[in-house]
Design a protein around this ligand. Sequence first.
Ligand SMILES: *Cc1c(COP(=O)(O)O)cnc(C)c1O
Length: 375
Amino acid sequence: MNSRIYLSSPHMGGSEQRYVTEAFDTNWIAPLGPNVDGFENDLETFLGNGSHVAALSSGTAALHLALILLGVTKGDEVLCQSMTFSASANPIIYQGATPVFVDSEIDTWNMCPIHLEEAIKDRISKGKKPKAMIAVHLYGMPFKVDEIVKISEKYEIPLVEDAAESLGSTYKGRPCGTFGTISILSFNGNKIITTSGGGALVSNDPSVKEKALFLATQARDDAPHYEHTHIGYNYRMSNICAGIGRGQMEVLNDHVALRQGNNAMYQELFEMSNGVRVFTEPDENYVSNHWLSCIVVSEAANFSAKALRLAFSAENIESRPLWKPMHLQPVFKEAPVYGGNISEKLFENGLCLPSGSNLTRDEKHRIRTVIEQFT
Ligand SMILES: *Cc1c(COP(=O)(O)O)cnc(C)c1O
């Protein structure tokens, strides 16, 4: 049997181990140290625009702290893109709040500004103004930043930008991860860069970073003993993991280019296929890192997304349906939703294709051979 080809697997650049060895040599085996500071610094430089970055144990932890810092609490409502990974929505529940899901639009597959505004007006008319909104740059594709930010400002509802999948993407030349009232990143094993597990909270307000670090390190007040006026969390990034992150930052741009190359390969492979759309940028304002390359297979095609997935699977190649919308998830079945058709259709007909920056020539050949059976 051929070795398995994954959707997206870790891809080390070469110097990660040197940073980790340095941590061992200097005994910084703790959730603080020079690699944590160095990694935060690298991210702040990469994002620019006055970003302040707090390195954390996961993207989920970053989302949780973002909601706490925005004052989301029991009984509040939080607007959230329905088509996303569950980690975008779960922290709303951690806070005892209620998610209000919003459908996608067809250009970027992300939060639809029209349904978003409809949801806000309707929630306000029902007597409760949403406390925050969570929008996601799915698969690396920037959401409609201008429209979403405008609505956030118009209704004075803070925007949590979930940039977990979009480090290296830009909108109008500006990096994803710099558009939220608070933004978050993820460095899980399958993301564009990895620290094995990790995340970050980003804000252009240094006091937000300071408060995030306070909460992430057990909320210790300034005293010789342990004094607490707040509930704290153990959410800081380890200095070992941050060492991996520093190495990964050295190759981030190369890895983005390789993933964009995968997308170009799929565009070429499906060029002649009726009814197949390779997910690409709607116009030149958007640059996706193409974390995952995806297709939608409509009825006009002579095959289904499922048939292609099974053919890949027979060759030990991983492919996967698109994110199942949160409003269809059993665990969120009570939550209100605005719209729904677009994300439901995408889920029905979509497929994520192998997208690693470490795909070899031989692996690309195996992928090509499967696709050519259908085109
Ligand atoms: C991966 C991911 C997260 C969560 O990040 P973790 O580091 O795995 O906790 C959140 N949102 C989206 C959209 C993601 O893809």
